[in-house]
Design a protein around this ligand. Structure first.
Ligand SMILES: *Cc1c(COP(=O)(O)O)cnc(C)c1O
Length: 573
């Protein structure tokens, strides 16, 4: 093996996330949780072969950056993320043996790049309340100090540095560079860019990775006096920001409102999270950024793991100096934050609630089975074709949860009265067919195993359905979902079907829970929940008219209604 240079031999590795983060709610790396503006996606989609075939050009981009940062064009430099900006500063200014002053805990990459060029990193601890250690930073300056690093607001503490403290350091460190990393500027709205006019030893870095939602494209930029920009440009690779990134960055600068709106929502979300943490007695630090550092103490690892089991990634900072027991949690939209809080709450309580589902239209898409069977049976006895709307209409009326009742209801409207046994027989012929080859084959699940697994860590899961036992079992087994439910109450298990609460009461007894949410799609479900005194979550069944269903459910007192089962987790907060 060829040994790397001495400074590299001593370095530790930074381990970026390798797992598949896409399927999680990603509150671990402070990226935008809503992604880039749609204008960015549009711009990238319209890229030409020629634009990709040619080396990137920066004129227009630099013009826009300068305008955005309110500086002259020769005072900005675009970089491949602010990571490259940090590296560039170290490469341009540090000789082996030079010192940098780095208040910690902070962003890892600064230490890494400074160490790689052989500089000595003089780490100054933040104070006990994680406030910026201004006095100790001032005291640490000496003749070897080449760079003082200020991360404002700081990552991972979220705390910010007062303007007057920044100026104190700029004044005292006349012989050193002061580098300010403003990665979270769109959230903090605090900048020192205007000071570059007065201080030629000041360099500021910004990024498009966080609020702007372009982390995957790698774009950032530096702002400083033009002489510094010129010197750094000598060291920078001439095409370090690629063409696609330039196009995306220009597009996002043209849709700044999108980013501002997101930052505004994050501010509101942050208050929600503070309020929750306070109510649970969990210490946290006021943050000027889009993340909150909170001290979970001995519950730190457990909370991180359980959040992950529930589909949410957060970042443990427990191994950082002074941060034992701390998690850093990215703050996203209000809906995401409410979901996070609901899960944190359930982790904290340890006691599980029941989550009970109706089957048809909730767990199972029955558009092409039951609804089709009702339609065919009614058509058989009427001797003519009818529209699916007729079926939907009857199902939205009270007392027609049972599908045989629904068939009879359709027939009665036309003064046709058929004996129940005959209705049942014909219906079953269509639905089950021979050897389950009827419309039942067309049923599709509305929830995945993966989601049930996650829900199971928070809730005890049950089913209360108007189906008979055989039909309920058949569908659950066909989809491979039966093992996730600890109580399955069917038509065969109760004397009185819904809207009677009997089924729900039985399910709760079996689950051994005192509190539950019932997820249902029709008014009999809502009525049963009300009488059983459990929370009701209405869901619009696939293929039904959202307006009509919503109106019907609300008439039975449903307070929360979700537009589809895809929104279940949001409905459970
Ligand atoms: C995330 C982060 C960066 C990295 O930004 P990139 O532009 O993606 O390289 C830089 N500084 C701080 C403080 C950060 O938190």
């Amino acid at each position: 093996m060829i040994k790397p240079k001495r400074t590299v031999q001593k370095m530790r590795s930074y381990v970026p996330p390798k797992e598949e983060r896409e399927k999680y709610m990603r509150l671990d790396f402070n990226e935008s949780t809503i992604g880039a503006s749609p204008k960015v996606i549009e711009a990238i989609q319209n890229i030409s072969a020629e634009e990709i075939a040619t080396y990137p050009e920066y004129n227009d981009f630099i013009k826009q950056l300068a305008k955005f940062a309110k500086v002259k064009q020769n005072e900005v430099l675009a970089t491949n993320g602010s990571d490259e900006a940090i590296k560039l500063i170290m490469d341009t200014y540090l000789e082996e043996g030079d010192e940098i002053v780095l208040p910690v805990p902070t962003f890892d990459m600064i230490d890494i790049y400074a160490t790689a060029v052989g500089a000595k990193v003089n780490k100054i601890n933040y104070d006990d309340n994680l406030n910026f250690p201004t006095e100790n930073v001032l005291k640490s300056l000496n003749s070897k100090t080449k760079i003082v690093v200020l991360v404002n607001p700081n990552n991972p503490t979220g705390t910010s540095i007062k303007r007057e403290d920044i100026e104190k350091i700029l004044k005292k460190a006349k012989k050193a560079l002061v580098f300010i990393d403003e990665a979270y500027y769109p959230f903090s709205k605090q900048t020192a860019i205007d000071l570059i006019k007065n201080y030629d030893n000041l360099i500021i870095a910004r990024t498009f990775s966080k609020a702007f939602g372009l982390a995957g494209l790698r774009v950032g930029f530096l702002v400083s006096a033009s002489v510094n920009i010129e010197n750094m440009e000598k060291v920078l690779s001439p095409y370090s920001v690629n063409r696609v990134a330039v196009i995306a960055a220009v597009a996002t600068l043209q849709d700044i409102q999108y980013v501002e709106n997101y930052a505004d929502e994050v501010r509101v979300s942050k208050e929600l999270l503070y309020e929750f943490l306070e109510s649970k007695g969990i210490d946290y630090w006021n943050s000027a950024a889009n993340f909150v550092l909170a001290n979970f103490g001995k519950d730190c690892d457990k909370t991180e793991k359980k959040l992950k089991a529930n589909g949410i990634l957060v970042r443990s900072r427990t191994n950082d100096v002074m941060l034992e027991g701390c998690l850093r949690i990215t703050v996203g939209t209000k809906a995401q934050t409410k979901q996070l809080i609901a899960i944190l709450e359930s982790i904290k309580e340890g006691k599980k609630k029941g989550l009970i589902f109706d089957m048809d239209g909730v767990l199972v898409d029955v558009r092409e089975s039951y609804r089709e069977s009702i339609k065919k049976t009614a058509e058989f006895f009427l001797g003519r074709l009818i529209e699916m709307e007729v079926v939907e209409e009857i199902k939205n009326k009270p007392g027609y949860n049972d599908d045989y009742d629904a068939v009879e209801g359709i027939l009665e409207k036309e003064e046709r009265f058929i004996e129940r046994d005959n209705v049942v027989k014909k219906f079953q012929e269509y639905y089950l067919g021979r050897n389950f080859c009827g419309f039942v084959r067309n049923e599709k699940p509305l929830i995945t195993e993966d989601r049930l697994k996650k829900l199971r860590t928070r809730f005890k899961l049950g089913i209360v359905t108007g189906r008979n036992r055989m039909e309920a079992k058949y569908a659950l087994e066909m989809f491979g979902l039966s093992q996730y439910f600890d109580a399955i109450i069917t038509r065969d298990d109760v004397v009185n079907p819904k809207p009677d609460p009997e089924g729900l009461v039985k399910a709760m007894e079996k689950l051994k829970v005192t509190e539950a949410v019932y997820v249902g799609d029709n008014i009999d479900d809502a009525a049963a929940a009300k009488t059983a005194k459990v929370d009701f979550l209405g869901v619009i069944a696939p293929g039904t008219d959202p307006k009509k269903s919503t109106r019907a459910l609300k008439s039975k007192g449903a307070k929360k209604i979700i537009e589809s089962m895809d929104k279940l987790e949001e409905g459970l907060v």
